[in-house]
Ligand binder design. Structure first.
Ligand SMILES: Cc1ncc(COP(=O)(O)O)c(C=O)c1O
Length: 376
C-alpha cells in the first residue's frame, strides 16, 4: 500500500508535535514542525487557498444564526436531544430509519472507522487509483491491503476491472463518486448495476462527499440501495455543499447491523453547535441550490480557461478541476505558489496533472491570472 501521508495523517503528525511541545509558542512550534507542513490553523500565508476542496462560500446564513444561538444558549449542554433530532432529520432525507445512520466528526471519521473495520484480519479493499486515500490509509494501519485498480481512459472508475479484482479475500469495495482528485462520476445506471451485483459478494462503500454538487444528485445517489438493506454503505459530508468543513460532521447510511458494528468503534461525540448548523442547513434548500450554481459556474469557467490554454481536462462534477499541466506536479505547485495560489498536492500516478479547487470569484480571478502566467 502507498506510504503517502494523507491530509489527516499530516495533521495528526503535526498534532503529535504540538502535544509534545505544548508549552511552546505558536511561532516556535511552526519552526519545529518538520517539512513546513504546519497545522493550517496556525498559518496566515496570504495565499489564495485552492488546495483542499473546501466550499469558500461558507455556511448558509440560517446555519450561522443557528450556530450563534446554540453557542450562546446551549454550549453547556450535552447534545443528546439535538443529536436525536438530527438523526431523525437525516433519516427523513434518506427515507430510512435513524438506526441506519452513523454520524461522525466529518465523513473522515467514518472513513477511518470503516478502514479499521474492513482492513482488520488482512482484509483486502478494492479501490480506484488515484482516488481518495483516507479509508485505505486507515486500513493500512491495521494490516489491511489495498487492491488499486487504475481509472479508465476517461479518468472514471473502471467498474468491470474493479469487479474482476474482487476475490473471496475482498472485505470491501470503496468507490468515490464523484472521484477525488479527478472529479469524474460513474454512469449512474452502470454504477447501480455494479453495486447491486457486487453487494451480493462483499460490502460496497460509496463515498458521495461531492455528489450534491453534480447535475443529478437524486438520480446518481446509491443511498436507496443501502436503505433497502443491501450490503451497501453511502457516506456524505457537511463539509462540501453545506460549507461546514471546519465544524466536522458527516454521516453514512447502511444496513442496521453494520451500523451497530461501526458505531461501536466510534470514539468521539458531536458538538451541539455543529449539530445546530447541520439541522439548519438540511432545511435550507435555497442555500443549497444557490451554492451549487455558484460552484458550477466557477467550475465551468476554470475548465474553459484550462482548455483555452490547450490543456486536457477530466470532466469535473465536484468543486474542483483536474487537468494535465504537462509539467511535474511539484514544479507546477511551486510556480502557482509563487503567483500567490495554492493548488492540490501531487496525485500519483498522474504526476503531470493538477487539482484546483473552486474559490470565491475574486480568488478565481487570481487563479486564472496565475494560470495564464504559468501555462500561457
Ligand atoms: C472524497 C472525499 N471523501 C471524504 C472527505 C472527508 O471530508 P470530511 O471529513 O470533511 O467530511 C473528503 C475531503 O476532502 C473527500 O474528498
Amino acid at each position: 500500500m502507498t506510504t503517502l501521508l494523507n491530509r489527516r495523517q499530516w495533521l495528526q503528525a503535526a498534532g503529535a508535535t504540538v502535544a509534545a511541545a505544548a508549552l511552546a509558542s505558536p511561532a516556535r512550534l511552526l519552526a519545529q514542525t518538520p517539512a513546513a507542513a504546519p497545522r493550517r490553523s496556525l498559518v496566515a500565508s496570504g495565499l489564495v487557498r485552492l488546495n483542499y476542496n473546501e466550499n469558500p462560500f461558507g455556511p448558509a446564513a440560517s446555519a450561522k444564526a443557528a450556530m450563534a444561538q446554540a453557542a450562546n444558549e446551549r454550549a453547556f449542554r450535552y447534545a443528546d436531544a439535538e443529536e436525536r433530532e438530527l438523526l431523525e432529520l437525516i433519516a427523513r432525507r434518506e427515507g430510512c430509519r435513524p438506526e441506519q445512520i452513523v454520524l461522525g466528526a466529518g465523513s473522515g471519521e467514518i472513513l477511518d472507522v470503516a478502514g479499521f473495520h474492513f482492513g482488520l484480519e488482512r482484509g483486502e479493499i478494492v479501490a480506484a487509483h488515484p482516488s481518495y486515500m483516507a479509508l485505505l490509509n486507515a486500513a493500512d494501519r491495521v494490516g489491511g491491503r489495498a487492491v488499486r485498480v487504475p481509472l479508465n481512459a476517461r479518468f472514471e472508475h473502471d467498474l468491470p476491472a474493479m469487479a474482476a479484482a474482487v476475490t473471496p479475500r475482498t472485505s470491501l469495495i470503496y468507490l468515490v463518486n464523484p472521484n477525488n482528485p479527478t472529479g469524474t462520476v460513474c454512469d449512474a445506471a452502470e454504477l447501480k448495476r455494479f453495486v447491486r451485483e457486487q453487494a451480493e459478494r462483499t460490502t460496497v462503500f460509496i463515498d458521495e462527499a461531492y455528489l450534491e454538487l453534480t447535475d443529478d444528485f437524486a438520480g446518481r445517489t446509491c443511498a436507496p440501495l443501502a436503505v433497502e438493506g443491501r450490503n451497501v454503505v453511502v457516506a456524505r459530508t457537511f463539509s462540501k455543499i453545506f460549507g461546514l468543513a471546519g465544524m466536522r460532521l458527516g454521516y453514512a447510511v447502511m444496513p442496521e447491523k453494520l451500523a451497530v458494528t461501526l458505531r461501536a468503534r466510534m470514539t468521539g461525540s458531536l458538538s451541539i453547535v455543529t449539530i445546530a448548523a447541520a439541522i439548519a442547513s438540511l432545511q435550507d434548500a435555497a442555500y443549497v441550490a444557490a451554492t451549487r450554481a455558484k460552484i458550477q459556474a466557477g467550475r465551468e469557467a476554470l475548465v474553459a480557461a484550462v482548455k483555452a490554454l490547450g490543456r486536457e481536462c477530466a470532466v469535473p462534477h465536484g468543486n474542483f478541476v483536474f487537468f494535465r499541466t504537462g509539467m511535474p506536479a511539484p514544479e507546477f505547485i511551486a510556480r502557482m505558489r509563487a503567483e500567490g495560489v495554492e493548488v492540490g498536492r501531487p496525485f500519483p500516478p498522474l504526476l503531470d496533472w493538477a487539482r484546483i479547487s473552486i474559490g470565491l470569484p475574486e480568488e478565481m480571478a487570481a487563479c486564472h491570472r496565475a494560470l495564464r502566467r504559468v501555462l500561457g
